[in-house]
Design a protein around this ligand. Structure first.
Ligand code: ADP
Ligand code: AMP
Length: 227
């Protein structure tokens, strides 16, 4: 879905807000690819720590398995460290961060310190009835992390990634019994960020119930037009 003209440099953070399963990761990968900036998913960073067996991963694993949020102190250190990396100079796309008001306040300071433009915050508004199917149907490539869905976005060869042939797996927290606690954590701790960014005049909304292609169009229009 490349635009007709090359995109200007981003020089800012794009923040995707929305419940688990709303399509943030799918759109973040596409936007990051189009702008040539990193896609920063705190969930992916934590899963990487778990698979590497780091002490941080050991702390996060039981929390994630219960569908709760990992403590702010852990997340903030991880993000502050990540955005120091040289690939972040032209901006980045956050997916799954910030998730609490404390994280949002910290990020605001961090972005100011680094001299980025004001962030663009995109709220993925979605019919909650769609979320269970999107979450329990999600499968991820073990190699490149590409996101599929057994109901909505199938691969050409069952169980294999279209990009690299990698094996697909289901995230342990995408099982039906963990979805309730994850949605509850979103409602209690993350949904207040919608009002937070609205007050700051940064909030834009997409209809995330639409097809992947239609949501991409909405996101691109917002990011291209951002002041
Ligand atoms: P999030 O990062 O918000 O948790 P994902 O991007 O991982 O969400 O998407 C959740 C699931 O829904 C995935 O299986 C993905 O393939 C699928 N999906 C994403 N966007 C759409 C869409 N617009 N329509 C249908 N399915 C979608
Ligand atoms: P995600 O991949 O965004 O769905 O996140 C998966 C899980 O990782 C969440 O349910 C949380 O347990 C944890 N997590 C990811 N990002 C954050 C964050 N910004 N703050 C707290 N916990 C997080």
């Amino acid at each position: 879905m490349a635009g007709a003209l090359p995109l200007e440099k981003l020089h800012r953070a794009v923040i995707f807000l929305g419940p688990p399963g709303a399509g943030k990761g799918t759109q973040a990968k596409e936007l990051a690819r189009q702008y040539g900036v990193p896609h920063l998913s705190t969930g992916d960073m934590l899963r990487e720590h778990i698979s590497q067996g780091t002490p941080l991963g050991a702390q996060a694993k039981p929390v994630m398995q219960r569908g709760e949020l990992v403590p702010d102190s852990i997340i903030l250190k991880m993000v502050a460290h990540r955005i120091e990396c040289p690939d972040c100079t032209d901006g980045f796309v956050f997916d799954g961060f910030p998730r609490t008001v404390a994280q949002a306040q910290f990020l605001g300071e961090l972005l100011k310190q680094h001299g980025y433009k004001q962030p663009v915050v995109v709220h993925f508004a979605i019919d909650p009835a769609l979320l269970m199917r999107r979450i329990t149907g999600r499968r991820m490539c073990k190699v490149g992390g590409e996101i599929y869905n057994i109901y909505e976005r199938r691969t050409k060869v069952e169980g294999r990634c279209d990009n690299d042939g990698g094996e697909l797996e289901q995230r342990p927290d995408d099982r039906e019994e963990i979805v309730g606690p994850r949605l509850a954590a979103y409602a209690a701790q993350t949904a207040p960020l919608v009002a937070y960014y609205k007050r700051l005049g940064r909030l834009r909304v997409v209809d995330a119930s639409k097809s992947v292609g239609e949501v991409t169009k909405q996101v691109l229009e917002i990011v291209r037009g951002a002041k």
